[in-house]
Design a protein around this ligand. Structure first.
Ligand SMILES: [Zn+2]
Length: 206
């Protein structure tokens, strides 16, 4: 709180507890004490400090004792913080509790069994562009789907329905992951890095 809020609080405190007021009046160093109190309460809102004083008046909190007057502002700050926290963590009833069953177990396919990679044609074009130092234009290519390495990918490799074509299994040695939408900068970077780092031709094509 700022100085003018502290002055309001001090009036409320000394009005509610005359013992505090006369103790302050008797001191040689009233000004220093008040400056120390203001410093102790600088991160406390007037609203919460007033609640503390009201609770001290109601008896919900112990009233100030003469032996703690010196450190009274610290106690008000600490009680105010507790009130503030208790208001913050009030229970939220309309939000459903976390359900472990909904946890994604495979980050690669987000449990769908399928993930996206750059298509073979893009792999060819990128490999040539890198080896010849040419620009690679990524936007001619759309991603293709492969079966994830996790067990959820199994059903896309061994297709039960005869009319469904089995997917190749993802293989990091010869495939480059793709986000699935229009190629992002990260998708293109991953593809070019793949060929930039390995001088051997990719094994994607059969
Ligand atoms: Zn997976």
């Amino acid at each position: 709180m700022k100085q003018d809020d502290f002055d309001k609080l001090r009036v409320q405190l000394t009005t509610a507890f005359p013992g505090v007021k006369s103790w302050l009046g008797r001191r040689d160093s009233t000004r220093e004490t008040l400056a120390t109190w203001a410093q102790s309460l600088r991160n406390t809102s007037l609203e919460h400090a007033v609640l503390v004083i009201e609770q001290m008046i109601d008896g919900k909190l112990p009233p100030p004792e003469p032996k703690e007057y010196e450190r009274l502002a610290l106690r008000i700050a600490s009680e105010a913080r507790k009130i503030e926290w208790s208001q913050r963590v009030s229970p939220v009833d309309d939000v459903p509790a976390w359900d472990e069953r909904h946890r994604v177990q495979c980050r690669d396919c987000r449990d769908k069994g399928v993930r996206y990679v750059w298509p073979p044609a893009a792999m060819h074009a990128a490999r040539e562009a890198v080896s010849e130092g040419r620009e690679f234009s990524a936007y001619r290519f759309t991603a293709c789907a492969v079966a994830c390495e996790c067990f959820r990918g199994d059903k896309f490799v061994d297709r039960a329905e005869p009319h469904l074509k089995p997917y190749p299994r993802f293989n990091a040695n010869c495939m480059v992951p793709h986000s699935g939408g229009p190629p992002s900068e990260a998708d293109v970077r991953a593809l070019l890095d793949f060929f930039g780092q390995r001088k051997q031709p990719a094994l994607f094509e059969r």
